[in-house]
Design a binder for this molecule. Structure first.
Ligand code: AHM
Ligand code: MG
Length: 336
């Protein structure tokens, strides 16, 4: 019966992506191979994060442990794992990581048709207290027939082929979109496989939660300040919103995706471009939000229309439920 079928017919992430790719007759399986290398990186980081306290992986980079061995900070380790997995997949040509100043141009013999932008371990200031952290990634296709260059990744987010994140929380959850909706997979540690647990995620049209670092309020611009005031003292007779802010983007965005509401990292007087990075934080999360029926806005434009000029560029971001983002858009429009 149905419940039995559920237990024995496991939709793994590889099977899911293979199914999706088979809808594209031109597909050569390259994307599936690339993704399986990203998944490997996520599994490795998940294991490392889970035993971070035990294995004393949380020391400062360059510190030595009791055995006199060099320890690596988790974010440095995660970065190495992803770079090596992506290069060895033979399917990438350019990699941009938050951890590396310069983009990695893959050596000729290992090149492939994709460019990957990623933050190997976002929210790493949360590691020591055991709060959820995550990996964020976006994938572009390489423009055919030329030497890979930064122009291949300095592209608007709407050109991404796929985006996702993996959250290392009470469970390890990978959320992915290849442009046909959003799906969530949870790692079954006994199988070592990500299993489809959240098919076709749609964000609620309107939410009851706002998520922002309110400690920056004194430096906010008018529309952000007005919006947050409205969340607390709604003028339309609705109930005030709840505030939830973890300070770990993957966790804050994951909750926003599932429960609805809005996540804000606005500009302020001290950081006129906000804090979050366009290529590997703002774009992948904006891509997922739109694919789930929500919106993502920079204060000036649709986030995915932004054309980055530098690989580590930052942008303010407001993303979440469709109606909630409409409200902040209206406040910015009224300012002009
Ligand atoms: P990081 O890339 O240095 O880890 O910083 C990014 C993190 C995000 O996960 C989170 O949304 C944000 O920084 C929180 O910033 P703040 O502490 O200013 O609220
Ligand atoms: Mg980051």
């Amino acid at each position: 019966h149905a419940a039995d079928a559920h237990r024995t017919d496991l939709m793994t992430i590889t099977r899911f992506v293979l199914n999706e790719q088979s809808k594209h007759p031109e597909s050569r399986g390259d994307f599936t191979i690339l993704l399986s290398h990203i998944v490997l990186g996520c599994k490795f980081v998940c294991t490392a994060v889970n035993k971070a306290g035990l294995a004393k992986l949380i020391g400062l980079a360059g510190e030595t442990n009791v055995q006199g061995e060099e320890q690596k900070k988790l974010d440095v380790l995660s970065n190495e794992v992803f770079i090596k997995a992506l290069v060895s997949s033979g399917r990438t040509s350019i990699l941009v990581s938050e951890e590396d100043e310069e983009a990695t141009i893959v050596e000729k013999s290992k090149r492939g048709r994709y460019c990957v932008v990623f933050d190997p371990l976002d929210g790493s200031s949360n590691i020591d207290c055991g709060v959820s952290i995550g990996t964020i990634f976006g994938i572009y296709a390489l423009n055919d027939g030329h030497e890979p260059s930064l122009d291949d990744v300095l592209q608007p987010g709407k050109n991404m082929l796929a985006a996702g994140y993996c959250m290392y929380g009470s469970s390890c959850t990978l959320v992915l979109s290849t442009g046909g909706g959003v799906n969530g997979f949870t790692l079954d540690p006994s199988l070592g496989e990500f299993i489809l647990t959240h098919p076709d995620i749609k964000i609620p049209k309107k939410g009851k939660i706002y998520s922002v670092n309110e400690g920056n309020a004194k430096n906010w611009d008018g529309p952000t300040a007005k919006y947050v005031e409205q969340c607390k003292f709604p003028k339309d007779g609705s109930s005030p919103k709840s505030l939830r802010y973890i300070g770990s983007m993957v966790a804050d965005v994951h909750r926003t995706l599932l429960y609805g509401g809005i996540f804000l990292y606005p500009a302020d007087k001290k950081s006129p471009n906000g804090k979050l990075r366009v290529l590997y934080e703002v774009f992948p999360m904006s891509f997922l939000m739109e694919q789930a029926g929500g919106q993502a806005f920079t204060g000036k434009q649709r986030a995915l229309d932004l054309v980055p000029k530098k690989i580590h560029e930052r942008s303010p971001i407001f993303l979440g439920s469709y109606d909630d983002v409409e409200e902040i858009k209206a406040l910015y429009a009224a300012e002009e």
